[in-house]
Design a protein around this ligand. Sequence first.
Ligand SMILES: Nc1ncnc2c1ncn2[C@@H]1O[C@H](COP(=O)(O)OP(=O)(O)OP(=O)(O)O)[C@@H](O)[C@H]1O
Ligand SMILES: [Mg+2]
Length: 218
Amino acid sequence: MRSILVLNPKGGCGKSTLATNMACYFALLGRQVALADCDVQGSSRDWLKIRPESRAKIMGAELINNELHIPKATEILIMDTPAATHGEKLANYVRNAHTMIVPILPSPMDIRAAEHFIHELFSLRGLINRKIMIATVANRAREDTLVAAKLEYYLDKLKLPNGKRLPFITMLRASQNYLYAAERGLGIHELAPSKTCYDREQWEPLLRWLNSSRSMPS
Ligand SMILES: Nc1ncnc2c1ncn2[C@@H]1O[C@H](COP(=O)(O)OP(=O)(O)OP(=O)(O)O)[C@@H](O)[C@H]1O
Ligand SMILES: [Mg+2]
């Protein structure tokens, strides 16, 4: 089983949006997908509840007493996590994943917070003691703004304290399509292609990365 973690301690950066959309994408490919909502807020859980029966099946993985109960058939586990995840809790999530996506909003504060987060993550490597492939994704970007351009510039340069580059995969625009899909328990890849072609294009680099060996620890 492969596990993909979506994590950034900053609230509202798009963790649940990315987690639910990734789950849909893999389910559409015919994979056995489980979505774990580790956040008491339950955005992904609520989304799964309203997902139409007629759509590609996504299973739920339950977090009970800090233990994740994953359906046996699961091939791909997607973990949506709460905001303000730090320290031991953060290390625990990372320890249980192969791949990690860090969504970041295009604001100077969010970029700085992401830098602190990357440093915290690096400082926990002794605790984690396992290889994980990490990448950043810019989310809710208004492409015409200077801040979005700056974000792209900084994310492209984001490095771990050991000098290793952190791959910046793609920039997802702010789009009503995400809200429309979220309200219906759907993903962007399940909406009309004519209305979502631009969003699908922006997802392509992320899907390519997820489907490549670059996102899997050797
Ligand atoms: N690309 C986008 N375009 C438009 N709206 C978006 C986009 N991404 C996320 N949103 C909206 O922004 C809000 C926050 O997104 P989301 O809930 O995914 O963030 P989160 O990181 O999971 O938040 P939390 O930290 O509270 O769990 C939601 O209303 C979501 O629908
Ligand atoms: Mg969330």
